[in-house]
Design a protein around this ligand. Structure first.
Ligand code: MEV
Length: 320
């Protein structure tokens, strides 16, 4: 029997609580880990590198356009491990749906890089990890702010701002009970970022006002998290969603789910991530409320709904 070598890399998803889009323009944003996982299994095989995942099965060399970042990232990882471009199979399995603003592209690149370094027993520094994931993310997002990869690598909520990066971890005295509802629509982050940039070019005054207002929301949210003030944080979600509407990145399904969440007892709700599809997040008073908000969101059209508390890695799911 052949003694096959195998290794595994893991990463989790992320949720942006506040500050998406403005973070691209060197303003602050807050993100938290979302404990849905992506696993990359690396195993020995002869010949060309192959990949299996929900989106693609075949040679690394033939990866489709939207996954090209992963190809570049794998090739560079092998180069840094001083290994040839052959002899492994990469199997990606994921609990995080793609294109929903939940960090699946950054998390899959991170899991693959971790898996490759583990497989070759090479030390992976944070600097190398972020460099390699950024390669993949640049293909996926155009000019990403970097918040996604920092959030999928962090076990704590983070305050992030370019050019510094993670400004600090935001540890709250109270857990937050969060419901995430998926519209079922793919939200193209690259397109959404371009959309906001178009507003900046066409209506610079409006753009600058909105991003300053969102920055104020982020600052207040930071304080609310550190004080464990969930009522205030909920109200800030609502205010942030209104401003994201002004940036033209919401749509009728996202607005509908935000209204349903608030109508069923959420302290606040907003779209999360790039928008134009993807997911909303809602803040609940406690676990019981989170369950009932999740159920209503599912009944009112969300494709999948998850709920979790920030003091636990357990995620509950309705739908598929
Ligand atoms: C995407 O999760 C967040 C955006 O702000 C884009 C970025 O920061 O790269 C929309």
């Amino acid at each position: 029997m052949i003694n096959r070598k195998e290794a595994k890399g893991l990463a989790h998803g992320k949720l942006i609580l506040t500050g998406e889009h403005i973070v691209v323009y060197n303003k602050p944003a807050i993100a938290i880990p979302f404990p849905l996982q992506i696993r990359a299994g690396i195993s020995q095989k002869s010949g060309e590198i192959t990949v299996s995942s929900k989106l693609y099965n075949g040679r690394l060399h033939d990866l489709p356009g939207e996954m090209l970042g992963l190809q570049v990232c794998v090739n560079k990882s092998l180069e840094l491990c001083h290994q040839p471009n052959e002899g492994i199979h990469i199997e990606i399995t994921s609990d995080i749906p793609e294109g929903r603003g939940l960090g699946s592209s950054a998390a899959s690149a991170m899991a693959v890089v971790r898996g490759i370094f583990e497989y070759f027993h090479k030390f992976l520094s944070d600097e190398q990890l972020f460099f390699l994931v950024e390669l993949a993310e640049t293909y996926a997002h155009g000019k990403p702010s970097g918040i996604d990869m920092m959030a999928v690598a962090s076990e704590e909520p983070i305050l992030y701002q370019k050019p510094e990066g993670v400004v600090k971890n935001l540890v709250s005295p109270n857990p937050f009970h969060i419901v995430v509802a998926d519209t079922g629509q793919i939200g193209d982050t690259k397109k959404a970022v371009e959309h906001v940039n178009a507003l900046k070019v066409e209506k610079p005054k409006v753009f600058l006002n909105v991003i300053d207002e969102i920055e104020e929301i982020v600052k207040k949210a930071q304080k609310a998290i550190l004080e464990g003030n969930i009522g205030l944080l909920g109200a800030l979600f609502v205010a942030n969603h209104e401003k994201l509407k002004e940036l033209n990145v919401s749509n009728s399904m996202l607005d509908h789910l935000v209204e349903v969440a608030i109508g069923s007892g959420a302290l606040g709700a907003k779209l999360t991530g790039g928008g134009m599809g993807g997911c909303i997040i809602a803040l609940a008073m406690d676990r019981k409320d989170a369950k009932s908000i999740a159920k209503t969101l599912k009944e009112q059209g969300a494709k999948t709904v998850w709920d979790f508390s920030t003091n636990s890695s357990k995620v509950y799911k309705l739908g598929h």
